[in-house]
Ligand binder design. Structure first.
Ligand SMILES: C[S@@+](CC[C@H](N)C(=O)[O-])C[C@H]1O[C@@H](n2cnc3c(N)ncnc32)[C@H](O)[C@@H]1O
Length: 254
């Protein structure tokens, strides 16, 4: 597959997901697909706590930007929405297809770059990303693309690492209690084998507003004291004291 990738991060991240990460994520897919209630992010925050999804998604045309193994799409489909998942990694989509067959839940899966989605303008009522485009795509590319894809009044909701986490996480190991890089200029985090993106709050707010989004909420997630596990880049203790991830809820002005 050829993708337009002027900055190089799309191809790098495709290789990263195809070669390394998909192997780790594949085995987790079954648990996500069989979850009785949607839950979000590292700390499995239940939907009932954060209402990341609009109240009634039935009948909505939805797109998941960086859908990975497709479990968010599966939750949307089972709630009556018409989801489409787009992802750059053939391996991640292969797992998503296997899950579709096992659970009998079908929806279109598109192999492609969430910064350049092959769908018409105004095609969707809801765009969603959980650690997908919201982390791996350049916000100056994927936010305008989400605005293009949504109909007036459409929702864009996404979960991403917090800027504070991005300032405190070292190239290897867990987030520290020291600031490891400046906040001014924070945008692109090059890790060698992959590239992530994060914008400080003010810049993200202005970017969203400049593309017609009204920000309705920003939820900073606190890991529970009895968090179910640790992660290589953040401890449950750190994320109990500081937000490691956050949910943005926005609506395109109608
Ligand atoms: C962590 S997964 C997100 C899916 C799921 N919500 C999760 O948390 O596991 C990240 C996904 O983003 C995809 N991705 C990275 N860059 C992308 C791009 N430019 N366009 C579409 N998908 C991309 C990766 O292939 C991967 O499947």
């Amino acid at each position: 597959m050829t993708v337009r990738d002027h900055a190089g991060h799309v191809e790098l991240n495709r290789h990263y997901w195809d070669d390394e990460a998909a192997t780790v994520h594949g085995p987790l897919a079954h648990g996500h697909w069989s979850a009785p209630e949607p839950h979000w992010g590292l700390w499995a925050t239940p939907e009932s706590q954060v209402s990341m999804l609009p109240e009634d998604v039935a009948g909505m045309d939805a797109i998941e930007l960086g859908c990975g193994t497709g479990y968010v799409c599966s939750w949307l489909a089972r709630a009556g929405a018409r989801p489409v998942g787009i992802d750059i990694s053939e391996k991640q989509l292969a797992t998503a297809r296997a899950m579709q067959a096992e659970f009998g839940v079908e929806f279109p899966l598109v192999l492609g770059n969430a910064e350049r989605v092959p769908h018409e303008d105004d095609s969707f009522d809801l765009a969603i990303s959980e650690y997908g485009a919201s982390l791996w795509c350049d916000p100056y590319q994927w936010i305008p693309e989400a605005a293009r894809l949504l109909s007036p009044g459409g929702r864009l909701v996404f979960l991403r690492p917090s800027p504070l986490f991005a300032l405190c996480v070292p190239p290897e190991g867990q987030a520290s209690t020291a600031l490891l890089r400046p906040q001014f200029g924070l945008r692109r985090l090059d890790w060698g084998n992959s590239t992530e993106f994060n914008l400080p709050h003010g810049e993200m707010l202005r970017l969203l507003r400049s593309h017609g989004f009204v920000v309705e909420d920003l939820i900073e997630i606190q890991a529970p004291r009895d968090a179910h596990r640790e992660f290589a880049d953040v401890s449950a203790d750190w994320a109990h004291n500081w937000p490691s991830e956050e949910i943005w809820k926005t609506r395109l002005a109608g």
